[in-house]
Design a protein around this ligand. Structure first.
Ligand SMILES: [Mg+2]
Length: 344
């Protein structure tokens, strides 16, 4: 899915701003739901969508001390590094910039992502990687999750590995991948009364057993938390089409419990606040670089960050400039590697 900057006809395009939100919905079919970003945009009748020009690059880079990068669609697509990424990361490091990599994908732990970076030839340290699987564990740690309580997991190994690292007991997850429910008169599913939180992340083996178990914990265990790693409506599991994302798994549990989850991934602010506190960074000195409007760019705008949209992932120039889109980055460009011309 390549998008050529050469096809852009103007540096600045003006579009009408409407008060709709795209959070958690496909861009083309989103329904109107007011939120903070849309209210802010609605205050100005029109908003600018700026193509990152050569003269914008140095001022943008000079104005921030930290870059937060989304991964899929910015750094890599599937298992392929996007052109120019390695050189751009090296250039920004050489300029003394702090680099942080944040992904909503909870299927891997930070260690799992670090291995992926290293396998692609990118020299990244463990401290620079943040995933929504880590955010779920960090959230429980921040709430002093009781040591005698457990978490029920809908999700893959990333969540379990991160819970192990913070010493939180957990059940479910991959262990329940093949469980089946056989219904007959009098059948009753027992559940662990010590489960005090349910975490729902993307799970290719979600099944009715897991949905019922999570539902019982949230409905019947007093005070049980309901945590979602993210609400992504769709995700790009293959380059051929969009696949149902974690929003579908969270939606199942929302439907059965009538509860709203605490969301720890983008665009909700938990990871940003965590990162800003950990590294003592001012948010106005951070630039968020992402390929999705409803997660990455909204995360940046709600958090008061500079924002750069790259068209190397899911968002097309057409979607960005659609009158239905109200989420406008400070700048957009075809790919991260476009920053390299700053040196020329
Ligand atoms: Mg992405």
């Amino acid at each position: 899915m390549a998008h050529a900057v050469a096809s852009f006809t103007s540096v600045t395009a003006r579009v009408s701003a409407k008060t709709s939100s795209l959070r958690g919905k496909t861009l083309s079919k989103a329904k109107v739901t007011p939120n903070r970003a849309s209210k802010r945009i609605a205050m100005s009748a029109r908003a600018e969508i700026n193509l990152l020009g050569d003269s914008d690059k140095k001022p943008l880079v000079d104005s921030v001390e930290t870059f937060i990068f989304d991964c899929d669609g910015v750094i890599w697509k599937g298992d392929s590094l996007i052109e120019g990424v390695k050189e751009t990361i090296a250039m920004l490091r050489g300029m003394g910039k702090r680099l942080i990599f944040v992904t909503n994908n909870s299927t891997k732990s930070r260690a799992g992502y670090l291995n992926k970076f290293l396998s692609l030839g990118l020299e990244i340290t463990a401290e620079e990687v943040f995933s929504s699987s880590f955010a779920a564990a960090a959230y429980l740690e921040s709430k002093n999750f009781p040591k005698n309580k457990k978490v029920y997991v809908i999700g893959e190994t990333g969540i379990s590995e991160e819970l192990d690292l913070v010493g939180v007991s957990h059940i479910g997850g991959e262990a329940d991948a093949d469980k089946k429910v056989t219904l007959a008169s009098g059948v009753l599913m027992e559940h662990d009364k010590d489960v005090a939180a349910v975490i729902v992340g993307f799970d290719r083996n979600v099944n009715y057993y897991k949905i019922q178990y999570a539902t019982l914990c949230i409905r019947e265990n007093p005070g049980c938390e309901f945590i979602a790693t993210n609400m992504d409506a769709v995700t790009h599991l293959t380059d051929a089409q969009e696949w149902a994302g974690n929003g579908s798994m969270v939606g199942a549990i929302k439907g059965s419990t009538k509860r709203e989850p605490t969301v720890v991934g983008k665009p909700d602010p938990f990871m940003l606040d965590y990162i800003a506190n950990k590294f003592k960074i001012r948010k106005d000195q951070i630039c968020m670089v992402g390929d999705r409007l409803d997660t990455d760019i909204l995360f940046g705008k709600d958090g008061g960050l500079r924002t750069l949209l790259v068209l190397s992932g899911v968002t097309t120039e057409e979607t960005l400039k659609s009158p239905d889109n109200t989420i406008h980055p400070d700048f957009y460009t075809s790919k991260l590697g476009d920053l390299l011309s700053i040196e020329k």
